[in-house]
Ligand binder design. Structure first.
Ligand SMILES: Cc1cc2nc3c(=O)[nH]c(=O)nc-3n(C[C@H](O)[C@H](O)[C@H](O)COP(=O)(O)OP(=O)(O)OC[C@H]3O[C@@H](n4cnc5c(N)ncnc54)[C@H](O)[C@@H]3O)c2cc1C
Length: 368
């Protein structure tokens, strides 16, 4: 396509940042719109599985892979324990010679590494998309501050609560997976061995994991934890928000062995994030005309397979490759991407749901 035609990417999470960066490097006139006044680089650790690290490698952005390999730590072992802390199973993370590792890495390190490579003039923070429309000539978008944008393509990378998605796939609904989830990062270098990912098997209405997060830039050792408590989703949004400001309830924490409960309790409040767990059903499409969905906007899934961020990074690499082709019709490029991508993300979503159900969550209840 003609690279002077404007492209909007909405949402500066990992998927939107990588796509905007790739399009910018291809010479496209891309603008990345983000609702927050600055990059939302809060958050904790994630497991970026090998396919996600491979997507970063495939992006071919000089220095990016190397930077992330330094910021993260290769996962070495998965240790499964019961709620008394007794070992159930230990499995080494298999890795053939020359293969890239799966990484335990702070989310802010990934977002920061992508954002620092994006030309500042391509980034529009404080721009919340409220609606979009399209016709044969192009796409128009309106933002909460009253500003408008017009161009050739619009990509919704605006996450689970996407504002781009409803007009593209009206039947998209959030499905509550049954847990209130807290995640935190605590300065600690003793709980996990190097590259350990510890899972406390679900039981008595809770589930938890703890993993090594390597060292911060100043050398402080870091440990990530996640704590899931099964509970109904309150009907009122205000009550949902209020509960997300609470720390992990002491009675729930007491169901864990004392050492891990102590680690969680010692985490400063500002290093904890909380959310209600949702996924979405596989969507019948990711593209309509000149508008596409990538990342959680198109296929939010449970964390059971640690696939969410990887899937969005893969989306970005694949879509950028299609838009690099010199085909004159940008809508045809989006369609070609959707044809190859839809079955893959449906597979990830189905598998994540199956594993969620098998490891004890209630079957997802419909909410909107
Ligand atoms: C408990 C938990 C554990 C997880 N663990 C893992 C893991 O170990 N490994 C893994 O790969 N994945 C994991 N995930 C999933 C992963 O975090 C997500 O899949 C990934 O971060 C989604 O990236 P994204 O770029 O699609 O969306 P997001 O990161 O949600 O970014 C969306 C961006 O869009 C912006 N935005 C929203 N609406 C608008 C609007 N109207 N206008 C403009 N901007 C807007 C938001 O402010 C945000 O910056 C986990 C998720 C949870 C909840």
């Amino acid at each position: 396509m003609d690279r002077s035609q404007p492209i909007a990417v909405v949402g500066a999470g990992s998927a939107g940042l990588l796509l905007a960066l790739l399009l910018q490097r291809q010479g496209h006139a891309v603008t990345l719109f983000e609702r927050s006044p600055q990059l939302r680089d809060e958050g904790c650790g994630i497991l970026l599985v090998k396919a996600g690290v491979e997507a970063i490698a495939a992006a071919g952005i000089p220095g990016l892979l190397e930077e992330l390999l330094v910021a993260g730590i290769p996962v070495q072992r998965f240790l499964f324990r019961n709620l008394r802390g007794d070992p159930i199973e230990t499995s080494p993370a298999e890795r053939a010679a020359g293969e890239l590792p799966s990484l335990l890495i702070p989310r802010p390190a990934i977002l920061g590494a992508l954002a620092e490579r994006l030309a500042p003039e391509s980034f529009r923070p404080g721009a919340e998309l409220v609606e979009w429309q399209q016709d044969e000539a192009g796409v128009r978008a309106r933002f909460a501050d009253g500003s408008r944008w017009q161009g050739a393509l619009l990509v919704g990378a605006d996450g689970l609560f996407s504002r781009v998605a409803p007009a593209l796939v009206p039947q998209r609904r959030l499905h509550y997976l049954g847990d209130r989830v807290w995640r935190g990062v605590v300065p600690d270098g003793t709980f996990c061995g190097d590259g350990d990912f510890i899972v406390y098997a679900r039981g008595r209405g809770i589930y938890a994991n703890v993993f090594d997060l390597g060292r911060a830039a100043d050398g402080t050792p870091l440990t990530h934890w996640g704590f899931f408590q099964e509970e109904p989703l309150p009907a009122e949004r205000q009550e949902q928000r209020r509960l997300l400001r609470e720390p992990v309830p002491a009675a729930a924490l007491a169901k864990l062995p004392a050492d891990v409960a102590g680690l969680i309790a010692a985490t400063p409040a500002e290093a904890v994030v909380a959310n209600w767990s949702f996924d979405i059903d596989p969507l019948p499409r990711l593209v309509q005309g000149r508008v596409a969905l990538i990342g959680d906007a198109g296929h939010a899934m449970s964390s059971s397979q640690a696939r969410g961020m990887t899937a969005g990074l893969e989306d970005a690499v694949g879509l950028a490759a299609r838009l690099a082709d010199d085909a004159p019709d940008p809508a045809a490029a989006l369609q070609a991407w959707e044809a190859e991508r839809l079955p893959v993300v449906h597979g990830y979503q189905t598998r994540s749901r199956q594993v969620s159900a098998r490891t004890g969550r209630r079957s997802p209840a419909k909410t909107s």
